[in-house]
Every structure is written in C-alpha cells, then in structure tokens.
Write a protein of this length. Structure first.
Length: 466
C-alpha cells in the first residue's frame, strides 16, 4: 500500500472532496444581538437553527474563528449514531430511568438529523445502515457481549447480537468472532452536513461572521479582535477548541484523533469485503477504530495517533504524524487484507473535547446568561443536535416563553465536573493512559483469555472513565 502520494493535512479529506470555502466577512465592529453563539460547528449551527425556527424574530449572531466546520464538524468520521458520552455515570448519579430517557433521546436524535436534512434539502450522503461493532479477540468478544447486554438494559431492544458467520456475511472483517448492530446510526459526509446547515441558518436570517476568533467570554459579552458582541445570552459551542478561550485552558481537554481515506476501491475488493449495508464500523479494542464506506466507495478509517499536545495545544491544518498514518493503515489491512495494495489518498487529524469525567453536558447559567454544550468525546455528530434542541428549550424556559420540557430535565443538563490537572500532569496522564490501552490491545491479540487485560482496567479508573 502506497502512502507516497498521500495528502497529509489540508484540514480533512472531506474538504479536499468539497473544496475549502471562502470565509464569510468578519465582525465589522461592536454589535448587539439577542443571542450570540461562539463557534460555527454542529453545536453552534444546530442551536441557531432551532432557536430561529422557534422564534423567527430573534437576532442571532454566530462568531467563528476560521470558517464554519473548520474543527471537528469538518474532520470527523461521519458517524451519526446514538452513543452519548457519560450515560453510565448519569445512571449512577440520577438513576437508571433517567439514563434510559437520555438514551431514548439519543436514539430519536439520529432520526431527527435525517429528517431535518431532508426537509432542508441538505444532501449529506446520509445512509441509514446502522452501526456494526465487531470483536476479533476473546477479550473483545467478552466486552462486546457485556456491552450488548448493557445497551439492551438501557432500552435498546432492537439491538442485535451476531456470531462470527453472521458478522462476516455483513462485513467481512478478518478474524471477527462476533458483533453487535444497532439500527440507530447512519453514515454521512461531515462537510456536506455542516455547510448545508450554515447555508440553511443564514437563509433563515442568522448572521454568521467568520475569521472572527473570540478571545474571551463574559456575561453578556463576547470579545474579539474586531469588536465585542453584546447579548443577553452568550453560548459557548467550541468543543475541542474551548482551551483557546481565556480562562478555559483546563475545562475540556482537546483530544486528537486521526483519519485516513483510501482511493475509491474497485468492485473486486468490495466483493471480498461485502459491506453492502454501508454500516458505520467500529471495534471493541481499548484504542478503538471507527470507519465508514463512503458514497464514492472509499474506506475512511480513524483512531488515536498522538492523543494530546502539551498545554492543550490544537492544530492548524490537520496534519498528522507519518507513524499515525502507518498505524491506521495497519488497522485497515488487518481488517481487510484485500486493501493491501490500495492507495491512501488522504490523512488528517482534529481535536475533540474531553471533560475530566468523560461526560457530555449542556448548561445554561440563568444568573449570567452564559450557556455551553459539548464534551462529546467523539460522539458529537448526533449529540450536537440534542444539545442544540436542549439549549433552545433552556433559553425559552429562562425567557419565560415556556416551562420545563422533556429535554431540559434530562440528566446531562447542568452537570458540573472538575477541571483537568495542570501540566505536566495532564500530558503525562493522557499519554500514559493511551500507552496502557495500546499495550493491553497488543496482549489481548495473542491471549486466549476472555477477560479484559488488567492494565486497561487500571487505565480506565485513573482516567476517570469508570
């Protein structure tokens, strides 16, 4: 497999496919609004969409540092699925039934995104093939069965457990010994969705200023180099780039994730692989992978490379390390040996937001008018939509336009978590955690044991994930 001609960076393959957009005009000076949204990714754009739909006369301004979809919204794996970070912890904090309601809301969110995309004529290559997660070691199979049982217990009664033969009939992953499938998932083209959303909210009358980095957020003020936007509500929708804001360095950790995309694969390769259902595909490794079969018959596959930059640093153009490209290529060939001669057309990376307890959250501080949503830990393609509808309801409740709703009473609303440790402990902890996960994965590949490697369990506890 050749990587000599691989495009490395340039934001992402999705932008190479669509073309990098010309930025909208920056903020021309001081301004006022009813609501100011900081961040032009999925969270910010969905929030603008639902608020404007609910109250058309609202004056809403979106401020984006680069251009809409520059961050995770334009670099992710295109997994629209029903996973949400922190559900198990919310069950412990608020009870099982509260977490079941949260899961049901996520199940419905997948359909909501598909519905709005169709209604607004956003062609994002959406295909509802569900989510297939495979196991290929005894330890992974044990985790997969436990995972399947837990999902059933949280109300996902339409989830299916498959054996080795059934799994390979769907997607022929070499060495697969089992899988679990849920219908609550779809593949999509991330940039087509985010660009379609931006155009839709702009057509509704939302003002978007790009090339306008917000340096500091205060109650009723969003400060930029070009001026300050004053608004009763300031909503922080900055996910992995939150650390760039004054005072937010340790709020959410910007975790790096990297991806590769192959050339379009010929029919002979697809005849070997299968994947006719175009499910999104993942595994049960500790340092897990995620993949999709794109609309033009490539495989786009991602996982962790260098997981974290010292001092919560974020990248500029999405370039990733050559060793990461090789590691992702190795995963691809291990899963699908028939891809061994395929060209890797593109490699890229981006950051996602990770709270200290790995729990996504949505909040509106009614005393200050400051709101935020995020910490999706990589499951934001769908969760952003639920977060946006929840922010809409919280603002309408706060302004006296409505009372509490089903969404405002979900257990992730108003969740508080401590900040990340200062450096160098933050860097040492994250890199140590992923070194442990990779070591555990290597041992599990050659071990006949069905139990999870003890090192991975220790890493989970130290990371605060369990």
């Amino acid at each position: 497999m050749s990587t000599v001609s691989t495009v490395n960076g340039g934001i992402s393959f999705w932008y190479a496919d669509r073309g990098t957009p010309l930025a909208r005009e920056p903020l021309p000076g001081d301004a006022t609004a009813d609501i100011c949204i900081v961040g032009g990714g999925y969270t910010g754009l969905w929030t603008a969409y639902y608020l404007k739909k609910a109250v058309p006369f609202l004056n809403i301004t979106v401020l984006e540092a680069k251009f809409c979809g520059y961050g995770a919204s334009g670099r992710n794996g295109g997994w629209l699925y029903n996973g949400i970070a922190g559900r198990d912890r919310y069950a412990k904090l608020h009870g099982h039934e509260a977490a079941v309601r949260l899961q049901q809301a996520m199940n419905e969110t997948v359909d909501e995104v598909v519905r709005v995309a169709a209604e607004e004529n956003i062609d994002a290559d959406i295909h509802q093939g569900g989510v297939l997660e495979v196991a290929y070691t005894p330890a992974q199979l044990a985790r997969l069965k436990d995972f399947h049982s837990v999902e059933i217990a949280f109300g996902e009664t339409d989830r299916v457990l498959r054996g080795a033969r059934e799994t390979c009939e769907r997607v022929n992953v070499t060495g697969a010994v089992g899988s679990t499938w849920t219908p609550h998932g779809a593949r999509l083209h991330p940039v087509k969705l985010v660009q379609g959303l931006a155009a839709t909210v702009e057509a509704l009358g939302v003002t978007i200023h790009e090339s306008t980095p917000v340096t500091e957020i205060e109650p009723k003020h969003a400060h930029t180099p070009y001026g300050t936007v004053r608004a009763p509500y300031i909503l922080r929708c900055t996910e992995g780039f939150t650390a760039n804001l004054k005072g937010q360095r340790r709020t959410w950790l910007p975790m790096n994730s990297s991806m590769i995309a192959t050339e379009p694969l010929p029919t002979s390769v697809w005849d070997t692989i299968g994947w006719d259902g175009r499910e999104t595909l993942g595994d049960m490794a500790h340092a897990y992978m995620y993949a999709q079969r794109t609309a033009d018959d490539r495989i786009a596959l991602g996982g962790r490379g260098v997981p974290y930059r010292y001092g919560s640093g974020t990248d500029n153009d999405g370039r990733t390390q050559p060793a990461t490209i090789e590691a992702l290529r190795d995963i691809l060939v291990r899963f699908f040996p028939s891809t061994a001669g395929a060209r890797i057309d593109h490699a890229w990376s981006g950051v996602l937001g990770v709270p200290r307890d790995w729990c996504a959250t949505v909040t509106l501080d009614r005393s200050t008018g400051l709101g935020w949503a995020g910490g999706y830990v990589g499951s934001g393609v769908a969760t952003t939509n639920l977060a946006a509808r929840t922010l809409r309801d919280l603002i309408q409740q706060d302004s006296g336009q409505s009372g509490p709703t089903e969404l405002t009473t979900l257990p992730w609303v108003g969740h508080k978590v401590r900040r990340w440790e200062p450096e160098p402990f933050r860097w040492l902890g994250v890199h140590g955690m992923y070194a442990a996960y990779r070591a555990a994965d290597r041992r599990e590949l050659t071990s006949p044991r069905a139990g999870t490697d003890p090192v991975a369990k220790v890493a989970d506890r130290l990371a605060g994930r369990h």
